[in-house]
Design a protein around this ligand. Structure first.
Ligand code: SF4
Length: 450
C-alpha cells in the first residue's frame, strides 16, 4: 500500500463562495433555510444577547431527526469555533412548541435562528438546560428572486481543481486516501489485539459495527462487559445487561413477544444479581433516528447469534472471503427477530435479515479486511474490487462537495474502497475546515497529484 504514504503527506500539510439562491416576498420556511445555507444572509450576526456571532462553517443539511443543519461551526466574540447543529424556525417560540427543548437529539444545537420573536425575552434551552445562542434574522435583507433547487451541500473550492485532473490521477488520489484509512484501521485493530487478543478484538470490533453510528458506545461496552468467554450463548444475558429486560410484567406485550420474553426472563432471573453491577441504564441507547430494522434490540439479538456461532465466524475472519462472510450473515436466523423490529412492535408479514448486506459491507470495510490486511497487505486488490451496496449520507455529502457535477462522481461511488477514500478526505479536510473552504489547503495540495 505505497500510495498511502502520498496521501499521508498531503494530510500533514493540512490546515468563493457564490450565493446559490435569490428570493420571493412570501417566503416559506424551507426556502429561508436554503437561503441561509447559501449564505444570502451573510455570516456575521449580532445575537439577541448582543454577542458577535460568525458562521465559520454552515454545515450540511440534516436528513435525520434533529436540527436543520449538522456539523456546523460558529465563533462567538472571536472565540474558538464551536461545532454543532443549527436550527432555523419561523418563531423563537417554535423551539418549545416543536418539543426541541426536551428532545435529546437537539442537544447538539449551537445556534437557534428565527425571524419572528415575541416582545418578551425568550430563551432557547436544551434538554440539559444549556442556553443556546439566538439570532433574529432580518428577512428584509433578501433580494426578490426564487431559488431553483435546495442543495444538500455546496460544491467545495476543491471541485474546480479536481475537475481539471485526469481520471487516472483522481482514482490514484482516492486509492491513496483509502489505503491511508485502511492502514489506520489495521493499526487500531493491531493495538486491540495486543491488549485483548485476536478473538476479543474481532468480537469487540464487530459489536461496535453493529452499533451503527448512534450506538457504537453501548455495543462496545456490551462486548467489553460480556467477554466472549463469559458471554456464552445466552441471549438473555445480552438483553439483560443491555437493560432491555427491565420489566417482568409481560401483560402489556403481544402473545409471541410474551412467550419470547418469558423464556429470556427465566434465564435472566437467575443471572441478574450476578450481572447487576454491569447492567446498562436503558437511557444509554439512542433509539431515535435509526431505521426500524436497525433497532439496537435486533442488533443485540444478532450479536448473540454471532457469538453462538463464533467458531464458524472466526474461521471466516481468518480467511476473509467476502462472499463466504456475506453468506454467513444471510444464514443468521432468529424465530422472533426475523419478524419483529422491536420488543413492542407487531409481527411483520415478511422475514427480515438479522444483519443486512449494508451492515456486512461495513464489517468488511471496518473489521474483516483491516484485520486481514494487518497480516497481509497484498490483499488490497480483493478489497479494491468490493462493490459498494449503498452510499450513506456522509459519502454523498463528500461526493457532492468534492466532485459536484463531475462526470466521474457516480462511478467513483461504486466501490467500497473509493467510498472509504472519499470519507477520509472529508474527515481530514472538510471536517477540519472552519472557513467554508476559503482556507482549506486541499485545493493547493491537489497540485502534487497532477
Ligand atoms: S473544505 Fe476543503 S476538501 Fe472540503 S470541500 Fe472545501 S475545499 Fe474541498
Amino acid at each position: 500500500m505505497r500510495d498511502a504514504a502520498r496521501y499521508a503527506a498531503i494530510v500533514r500539510g493540512r490546515l468563493a463562495e457564490k450565493p446559490l439562491l435569490r428570493v420571493p416576498r412570501k417566503i416559506p420556511e424551507l426556502e429561508i433555510q436554503a437561503r441561509w445555507f447559501a449564505g444570502e444572509f451573510g455570516r456575521r450576526f449580532k445575537s439577541t444577547a448582543g454577542d458577535e456571532v460568525e458562521i465559520k462553517q454552515f454545515g450540511i443539511w440534516n436528513r435525520e431527526p434533529g436540527p436543520d443543519f449538522s456539523d456546523a461551526g460558529i465563533s462567538i466574540n472571536s472565540a474558538s469555533t464551536v461545532r454543532g447543529g443549527i436550527e432555523l424556525e419561523s418563531d423563537a417560540r417554535d423551539w418549545e412548541r416543536h418539543g426541541h427543548a426536551t428532545d435529546p437529539v437537539f442537544e447538539s444545537v449551537v445556534l437557534h435562528v428565527f425571524w419572528n420573536a415575541p416582545s418578551a425575552k425568550f430563551f432557547t434551552q436544551t434538554n440539559a438546560h444549556r442556553n443556546v445562542t439566538q439570532i433574529l434574522l432580518d428577512l428584509g435583507a433578501l433580494e426578490n428572486d426564487p431559488p431553483n433547487s435546495l442543495p444538500v451541500a455546496k460544491a467545495g473550492r476543491c471541485s474546480a481543481p479536481l475537475r481539471g485532473m485526469d481520471e487516472e490521477r483522481i482514482r490514484e488520489l482516492l486509492r491513496s486516501a483509502s489505503q491511508f484509512r485502511m492502514q489506520k484501521k489495521s493499526a487500531r485493530l493491531a493495538r486491540l489485539i495486543e491488549v485483548h487478543g485476536w478473538d476479543s478484538a474481532l468480537y469487540q470490533s464487530l459489536a461496535a459495527t453493529l452499533g451503527y453510528k448512534n450506538n457504537q458506545l453501548p455495543f462496545t461496552l456490551l462486548s467489553q462487559r460480556l467477554p466472549l468467554q463469559s458471554a456464552g450463548t445466552k441471549e438473555a444475558l445480552f438483553f439483560g445487561v443491555s437493560g432491555f429486560l427491565d420489566s417482568p410484567d409481560l401483560k402489556q406485550f403481544e402473545a409471541d413477544t410474551r412467550s419470547y420474553l418469558r423464556e429470556m426472563w427465566e434465564h435472566w432471573w437467575a443471572l441478574r444479581d450476578q450481572f447487576h453491577a454491569i447492567q446498562f441504564d436503558r437511557g444509554l441507547w439512542r433509539l431515535a433516528g435509526s431505521r426500524p430494522a436497525n433497532h439496537p434490540q435486533r442488533r443485540v439479538a444478532a450479536l448473540a447469534q454471532m457469538v453462538a456461532r463464533w467458531k464458524e465466524l472466526r474461521t471466516l475472519a481468518v480467511e476473509c472471503n467476502p462472499a463466504a462472510i456475506t453468506d454467513f450473515f444471510a444464514t443468521l436466523r432468529h424465530p422472533y427477530w426475523d419478524y419483529h423490529f422491536t420488543l413492542t412492535s407487531a409481527r411483520t408479514a415478511r422475514r427480515m435479515a438479522l444483519v443486512g448486506n449494508t451492515r456486512v459491507a461495513e464489517m468488511l470495510a471496518n473489521v474483516f479486511f483491516p484485520l486481514a490486511m494487518a497480516a497481509n497487505d497484498r490483499r488490497w486488490p480483493e478489497y479494491a474490487a468490493l462493490r459498494a451496496v449503498l452510499t450513506n449520507r456522509r459519502v454523498e455529502i463528500a461526493a457532492l462537495r468534492l466532485f459536484a457535477d463531475h462526470p466521474l462522481r457516480d462511478s467513483i461511488l461504486k466501490t467500497v474502497a473509493n467510498q472509504q477514500g472519499l470519507l477520509q478526505i472529508y474527515e481530514d479536510f472538510c471536517m477540519q475546515d472552519d472557513s467554508d473552504c476559503a482556507n482549506c489547503p486541499f485545493p493547493r495540495q491537489l497540485e502534487q497529484w497532477r
